[in-house]
Design a protein around this ligand. Structure first.
Ligand code: ZN
Length: 208
């Protein structure tokens, strides 16, 4: 469900709200040091790669938005299905690729954002203008990027290590699905690797 209500944006689709509290589920070690699991685990707690995901309450459109806090299930759905992170409609796509909006980090590395591990889902053209107006980070500096190759490569979340009685949370990080350590993660975001990126001028986008 989109959070665009009666023609106005309450909050982006992927933004969490205060009717969606964090759930504290006990994380346990699997027998044979195979990674982490939940004490009361359900089949839906893992993704197709067998990686454990943060359990969440999902009540879109309820409560007050918690801007800056991304809802794990909605981020995962938008990223997996290439939905607009603001309105949850299909992200914009042309022959040059799918549309992403980012803060401008071209100083980070020479061909940024080529090869970036992205956790921000893409956007549709209709949500570009409102994102530029309403998102404080994008107000500072923004770029629109078309991406031709956007493979799902891994997850972001909390990495655990074996502890004496229970696994211990070590750090928040991103881990690729090909890394065996991914089984020690509790995931909160799906990560795509962006390749074949090209910049799009905003006037071209907004006047099209
Ligand atoms: Zn949109």
């Amino acid at each position: 469900m989109s959070l665009v209500q009666v023609g106005r944006i309450i909050a982006p689709y992927i933004t969490s709200n205060d009717a969606e509290p964090d759930l504290n589920c006990s994380v346990v070690m699997l027998p044979g040091n195979r990674g982490v699991g939940y004490a009361q685990e359900l089949p839906g707690d893992r993704d197709g790669h067998g990686v454990l995901w943060q359990k969440v309450v999902e009540r879109p459109g309820k409560g007050k938005p918690r801007f800056g806090k991304v809802h794990p299930a909605r981020q995962r759905r938008a990223m997996a299905e290439l939905l607009c992170q603001v309105c949850a409609g299909p992200a914009d796509r042309t022959a040059d690729g799918v549309l992403w909006l980012f803060q401008d980090h071209r100083e980070d590395w020479k061909r940024w954002p080529e090869g970036m591990a992205a956790v921000e889902p893409p956007v549709c053209v209709g949500c570009v203008a409102i994102s530029l107006r309403r998102c404080p980070a994008l107000q500072r500096s923004a770029v629109a990027v078309r991406v031709r190759s956007f493979e799902i490569v891994g997850v972001r979340g909390t990495l655990y290590r074996p502890g004496l009685f229970a696994p211990t949370a070590v750090l928040g990080t991103e881990i690729m699905y090909c890394d065996p350590m991914v089984h020690w993660m509790v995931a909160v975001n799906l990560v795509r690797e962006l390749r074949e990126c090209s910049f799009v001028p905003f006037d071209e986008l907004l006047n099209s």
